[in-house]
Design a protein around this ligand. Structure first.
Ligand code: CO
Length: 208
């Protein structure tokens, strides 16, 4: 992409928006009331708003390598806190994607420097589910399954936070696990059974 063309694109976009709705930007400037927090991968092929058909103002977004929610990551924890406590979102989505380079790197034996501690979080997911994963002979299927299990584990990390537990009680905030299939463009709901999951983990993680 030609970097100098970006500002021209931007001007065209502004004009297109204003032609459709003259008050568009003055309305946007009034503030945001998104209903969804989307946590996805930084992968350039996996957009946040575009694949959901969402407009500016509708989705609060966090993207990082392999859509992670590490327990001590200040960025993820701050985004969750702000989205739940201040923006009052009613849905949190963790969206992974098949053929995720971050997940693939965590399945390989390689010293990747500063990426090591980040990818270790995915290796922990593998270890937690190693019986199931090692039982999948086909490497591509095992890779895809790790993508799904990683989404599930990151949803669990979301539920571990005090903000989310409080919001679940107060307004039934929902957590969703999705996967985007880069090969088809399709968004898949993993339909994670959170009631069952909560029963299983809340005995350990409940905060009040
Ligand atoms: Co990825």
């Amino acid at each position: 992409m030609d970097i100098t063309k970006i500002f021209k694109n931007n001007q065209e976009w502004v004009q297109k928006r204003l032609n459709l709705e003259p008050e568009y930007f003055s309305n946007l400037a009034k503030g945001q009331t998104p209903d969804i927090l989307y946590i996805g991968c930084s992968d350039s092929r996996v957009t946040a708003e575009e694949l959901m058909g969402a407009a500016p103002g509708e989705v609060f977004v966090l993207r990082n390598i392999a859509n992670m929610v590490p327990n001590t990551d200040l960025s993820a924890m701050s985004v969750i806190n702000y989205a739940v406590m201040h923006l009052k979102v009613n849905h949190i989505v963790v969206c992974g994607h098949y053929y995720c380079g971050g997940v693939q790197a965590a399945m390989k034996s390689a010293d990747l420097g500063i990426l090591n501690p980040w990818l270790r979080n995915i290796r922990d997911v593998y270890r937690t589910h190693q019986d199931e994963l090692n039982g999948i002979a086909d490497e591509e299927l095992r890779y895809k399954r790790l993508v799904e299990l990683n989404v599930e584990e990151q949803c669990i990390n979301v539920i571990k936070t005090a903000e989310v537990q409080k919001a679940r009680k107060e307004r039934n905030l929902m957590v969703h696990g999705w996967v985007f299939d880069v090969h088809t463009g399709e968004l898949i709901d993993l339909k994670i059974d959170f009631v069952k999951l909560l029963d299983k983990i809340m005995a350990i993680y409940h905060l009040d």
